[in-house]
Design a protein around this ligand. Sequence first.
Ligand code: DX5
Ligand code: ZN
Length: 218
Amino acid sequence: MKELAPSILSADFSKLGEQVRMTEEGGAQLVHFDVMDGHFVPNISYGAVVLKNLAGKTSIPFDVHLMIENADDYIADFVTDSTKYITVHQEACTHLHRTMSHIKELGVKAGVAINPATPVSSLECVLEDADLILVMSVDPGFGGQSFIEKTLEKTAALDKLRDENGYGFKIEMDGGIGPDNLDRVLSAGTDIIVAGSSIFKCEDIRERTELFLNLMRK
Ligand code: DX5
Ligand code: ZN
């Protein structure tokens, strides 16, 4: 089943718990946390304290996207009872296989993200071990950016590799996704949709979440 992971980066942080609950009531299956360190990406967002504050306030699991350097030093901080995925960037990991093993040893599914300029071939040696491949459809660091159409080719290539080799990873796309391009993102083979501004920058977050899910079920 296709899943929706609203990205809280675009939420109103003064009402974060309430807004996350609205996405849960709307049927979202995950909460997407964009962790940014101001080094790997030109922006600073928030740390593990936000997850710890939200764990227990919602029943939907956490999808943690680490846009940070030295992820190995911080991964354990992001493990809560709600944490289902922790995704690191291929571009930020010197020893990617070791980092993925570290995530799995903590009982969490391991994801690998690639930026728009990073080829799928760079993941060749980890596809068998990955639980999630995150295809960035914007250059990471900010919400509200425009979708990069060419990234759909990468998703389709990953979907083909998965079928040909019987890999078990899920494919997630992240950045610039809204009702107008959702069908193209899904038909390329995406399993999990991340959407931030197109969910949280709306009057009625619950209704918007329901709209997304209805479109995803078509
Ligand atoms: C960007 C983040 C995305 C972003 C998505 O670096 O990884 O998750 O918050 O936000 P929208 O949907 O507004 O592009
Ligand atoms: Zn993200």
